[in-house]
Design a protein around this ligand. Structure first.
Ligand SMILES: NC(=O)c1ccc[n+]([C@@H]2O[C@H](COP(=O)([O-])OP(=O)(O)OC[C@H]3O[C@@H](n4cnc5c(N)ncnc54)[C@H](OP(=O)(O)O)[C@@H]3O)[C@@H](O)[C@H]2O)c1
Length: 468
């Protein structure tokens, strides 16, 4: 009997995805570069599922029915190219490779092009939901040719998370659309995680709340408008005790945030495409700054003690509204970036579908997504969501709370970069007259870069000073 599909790469994600596919009734061939991992997987985790291990790449390819469909779940970067080169000699025209890792979208474009010369179909597929999602139902973002997607549509929609709006999988668009959308998903994820951390910081330092109290607040919030995966895991983290010390584990974790690059790529793509995503960008820098622990210790001593603002717990309501404000504007910036990329790269992405498949199984799933979909449904051109009374009323209603929280953080010397950048994003976009006229004058002054005028058509330059 041949397998219906193959999975290469048996670290956490590959193992769980293979099990998920097998539990949905498919026979799955599996292969991993290091044989030991394959053996361990089969011995310890396969319990009657139709999973066929291979320890040789040719045997692996031969064990899959034609046209072959092979999911690559290996480390992003050069490992993807290496495994493609190893597979190529055994593949035939019409076979399909699916890169389900977090590959950079430019790499996906290059691989699509390269493999098309061999007659091999290719999908760049974002998968969100971590190891739990991969096993129980992730959010799946495949991009490439529609013909390639149709070959695996059944299996992908079966293994995806389900919501009342259907399976969390859709054909995202042409070329590297799937990986681009997954990348921006991660950029939004960085921003929301940083927002939650900023609010947590105010709770613990200004309000002097302990982790259990903070956990209770996040648990309450999770029942309301803020309901989301990231808020849910936050209260679970607050409640998790370290067995050795009997203290909340979160308080014992070193404050240096790691990153694998998708947040940085999102910021780079936004800068390349000229789309304002300040909240997403500063969330990356916040992680970067966190790494300078030794410098921070040294400078904190020179700076001196920070005096926390005197406020009571009545501001918890303001903190909730601030987080909603940040969440909304993080999505706003991410959607705008996807829209511009879709135009620039001919992805042909349906933003409503993207919001739909983020509703379940994924790290940024949130109740707020239904609200966003309602806004966009009424006006599909409202690409950053702000151009509607519904959206503007939502952010304006939160604004007094947001400004209070920002000012409490400023007064206390606490960094809240996402909160402040979200405020400035809103203030800038809603400002008819920005001081960019002065910047244009300065540019023309020192570089003869020219400027336009508000009172007549044309491009102008003046000699601002005598050259001599
Ligand atoms: N972890 C998550 O929550 C998550 C969520 C979404 C997406 N992703 C993405 O999914 C992919 C897999 O993630 P992961 O965390 O399961 O694993 P990972 O640590 O990113 O990668 C390990 C896997 O890649 C294989 N590999 C590394 N270099 C290789 C090479 N040169 N040739 C062949 N195979 C090679 C390893 O094989 P060996 O056993 O031989 O070393 C192992 O199977 C990544 O792109 C990741 O970014 C991860």
């Amino acid at each position: 009997m041949k397998a219906n599909i193959g999975v290469v790469g048996l670290a956490v994600m590959g193992q769980n995805l293979a099990l998920n596919i097998a539990r949905n009734g498919y026979a799955v061939a599996v292969y991993n570069r290091t044989a030991e991992r394959t053996k361990k997987f089969v011995e310890e985790r396969v319990k009657g599922e139709k999973i066929f291990p291979s320890f040789d790449i040719q045997h692996f390819v031969d064990s899959i029915e034609k046209p072959r469909k092979i999911i690559l779940m290996v480390k992003a970067g050069s490992p993807v190219d290496e495994i493609i080169e190893e597979l190529l000699p055994y593949l035939e025209k019409g076979d399909l490779l699916i890169d389900a890792g977090n590959s950079h979208y430019a790499d996906t474009n290059e691989r699509l092009e390269r493999l098309s010369h061999h007659g091999i179909l290719y999908l760049g597929m974002g998968v969100s939901g971590g190891e739990y999602g991969a096993l129980h139902g992730p959010s799946i973002m495949p991009g490439g040719s529609l013909e390639a997607y149709k070959m695996v549509q059944d299996v992908l929609t079966k293994i995806a998370a389900k919501t009342e709006d259907g399976p969390c999988c859709t054909y995202v668009g042409n070329g590297s659309a799937g990986h681009f959308v997954k990348m921006v998903h991660n950029g939004i994820e960085y921003s929301i995680m940083q927002s939650i951390s900023e609010i947590y910081d105010i709770m613990r330092k200004v309000l002097k709340m302990n982790s259990a109290e903070i956990g209770r607040v996040f648990e309450e919030w999770n029942k309301g408008e803020l309901g989301s995966f990231l808020v849910e895991i936050t209260y679970k983290i607050m409640n998790y005790m370290d067995e050795e010390t009997n203290r909340p584990l979160v308080e014992l974790i070193l404050d240096k945030a790691e990153q694998k690059g998708t947040g940085k790529w999102t910021a780079q793509a936004a800068l390349d495409l000229g789309v304002p995503t300040p909240s997403l960008n500063v969330a990356v820098f916040a992680r970067t700054i966190s790494h300078f622990k030794e410098q921070r210790i040294q400078l904190s001593k020179i700076f001196g003690e920070k005096k926390m603002a005197h406020v009571d717990k009545s501001i918890v309501k303001d903190l909730e509204k601030s987080l909603l404000f940040n969440m909304f504007l993080s999505f706003s910036q991410g959607l705008w970036l996807i829209h511009e990329a879709s135009n620039a790269y001919n992805y042909n992405i349906d933003l409503l579908e993207v919001l739909r498949i983020w509703k379940g199984g994924c790290i940024i799933r949130a109740k707020l997504l239904d609200f966003l979909r309602n806004i966009l449904k009424d006006n599909p051109q409202n690409i950053n969501l702000l151009a509607s009374d519904l959206a503007m009323n939502f952010v304006k209603e939160k604004l007094p709370s947001v400004l209070r929280v920002s000012s409490i953080a400023r007064e206390s010397g606490l960094p809240t970069p996402v909160l402040n950048n979200s405020i400035d994003y809103l203030f800038s976009l809603t400002e008819e007259n920005l001081p960019a006229n002065l910047i244009q004058a300065q540019r023309d002054f020192f570089g003869a870069h020219t400027f336009e005028r508000i009172d007549k058509e044309g491009t102008f330059h003046v000699e601002w000073q005598e050259l001599e």
